[in-house]
Design a protein around this ligand. Structure first.
Ligand SMILES: [Zn+2]
Ligand SMILES: [Zn+2]
Length: 332
C-alpha cells in the first residue's frame, strides 16, 4: 500500500510498504480523508505532540474512512463497509489515571499517527475500541475533523460556562474558529477573537465573533471571564492570563514548546481568583463531536481551506510551500 512515512526528523517519504497484518482485536480502515494538524508539524520537526513520534512512523491522527477488514476477536457491531472515524488516543487502561477515569493523563499513552502508524496511508489498522461509526448525514471529509472538534469539546468540558460571560479566543486558526463557533452558538454575552490575519476577519464575524482585534495594534483593554489560548506562544499565553477578568478562567489549549517558560503576575492569580487550566487531548469527547458535526452545528467543511494529496504533505509540513492554509485535509 502507498504510505507517507516519517523516516527521520524532517524526512518524510511517499513509498509503497507492506499492508500490515491485522491483529485479532483490530479493525482495518481504508482511509478516505486525513487532516493535517499543527501537531503534525511539531512531530515532523522532532518535537512532541500528544507524545513523541518514533520514526519510522506514518503520521495522521485526524482520520475518516471505511472499514475494510475486522479482526477475529472484534465482537462489536463493526462491519466491512461501515463509514467510521478514529479516536487516535490509546490509553493503557491499567495505570492510576486510567483507573480514575482520566485516560488523557495516562502514564503510558500511545497514539495512532504519533507513536504507531496513522492515516497518511491507504490503510490503517487500529484497535476496535478506537473506532466510531458515523451517521449517514456526516460526510467523511467532515468526519476527519472529529478529533480536533473532540479536543475542543474536552476544553469546553473543563470550563464552568454561563451565558452572561464574555469570552476571548486568542488565535484565528482552525481551533480558534471552532471555539468561536461553539461559544457563539451557546449565546455567550460577548465573543472576541484576537488574531493577526485581516483576511480571516470576515469569516470570524460570519461564524459568530462579535469582535475581532489584532493584538499587534495594541491591547484590547477589556478583561474577559473566559480566555482560550489557542496559539501556544509565550507572548499569547502571557496575554491570555493578563486578559482574564476577576474570577476568570484561562484555558491553555495551544501546544507550546516544552522548554518554554512564561512570567505571570502571581498576585493577580491570588487577588483575581483566576483559574488556569490545561486541556490535553480528547477524553470522552468523540461522541459529542460526532453529534455536533452531524447536526451541522459546526460546519467544518466551510472551514477547511485546502484539499491536498499525500504527495503535498511534506512540503506543507516543511513550510516549503505557502499555501495560506488554515486547515487542510488529504483526500485518499
Ligand atoms: Zn490534530
Ligand atoms: Zn493508563
Amino acid at each position: 500500500m502507498k504510505a507517507l512515512v516519517l523516516e527521520d526528523t524532517q524526512k518524510m517519504v511517499l513509498k509503497t510498504i507492506e499492508r500490515p497484518a491485522l491483529l485479532a482485536n483490530e479493525v482495518q480502515v481504508q482511509m478516505k480523508y486525513v487532516g493535517i494538524c499543527g501537531t503534525d508539524k511539531h512531530l515532523y520537526n522532532g518535537q512532541p505532540g500528544s507524545a513523541q513520534a518514533e520514526p519510522p512512523v506514518v503520521l495522521g491522527h485526524e482520520n475518516a474512512g471505511i472499514i475494510s477488514a475486522v479482526g477475529d476477536d472484534v465482537r462489536a457491531d463493526l462491519k466491512v463497509g461501515q463509514r467510521v472515524t478514529i479516536d487516535p488516543n490509546i490509553p493503557c487502561g491499567y495505570c492510576r489515571y486510567c483507573h480514575e477515569g482520566r485516560p488523557q493523563l495516562c502514564l503510558h499513552n500511545s497514539a495512532i499517527g504519533v507513536t504507531r502508524n496513522g492515516g497518511m496511508a491507504e490503510y490503517v489498522n487500529v484497535p476496535a475500541t478506537n473506532i466510531y461509526p458515523i451517521p449517514d448525514n456526516l460526510s467523511l471529509k467532515a468526519a476527519a475533523m472529529t478529533e480536533p472538534v473532540s479536543c475542543v469539546m474536552h476544553g469546553i468540558h473543563e470550563l464552568n460556562i454561563q451565558p452572561h460571560q464574555s469570552v476571548l479566543i486568542i488565535g484565528d486558526g482552525f481551533v480558534g474558529q471552532l471555539f468561536t463557533r461553539y461559544f457563539a452558538q451557546l449565546g455567550m454575552a460577548r465573543v472576541v477573537v484576537s488574531g493577526h490575519n485581516p483576511k480571516k476577519v470576515e469569516l470570524l464575524h460570519k461564524i459568530g465573533a462579535d469582535e475581532v482585534f489584532d493584538p499587534a495594534e495594541g491591547e484590547h483593554g477589556a478583561q474577559f471571564d473566559i480566555v482560550i489560548e489557542c496559539v501556544g506562544l509565550k507572548q499569547t499565553q502571557t496575554q491570555a492570563i493578563a486578559s482574564a477578568a476577576k474570577g476568570g478562567q484561562v484555558l491553555m489549549f495551544g501546544v507550546s514548546n516544552p522548554e518554554d517558560m512564561i512570567t505571570i503576575n502571581s498576585f493577580d492569580i491570588y487577588a483575581k481568583e483566576l483559574t488556569i487550566k490545561g486541556a490535553f487531548i480528547n477524553p470522552y469527547a468523540m461522541g459529542d463531536a460526532i453529534t455536533l458535526l452531524a447536526n451541522k452545528k459546526v460546519n467544518v467543511e466551510a472551514l477547511i481551506t485546502h484539499e491536498l494529496t499525500l504527495a503535498d504533505v511534506p512540503d506543507v509540513l516543511a513550510g516549503r510551500i505557502d499555501y495560506k492554509i488554515t486547515k487542510a485535509v488529504v483526500k485518499l
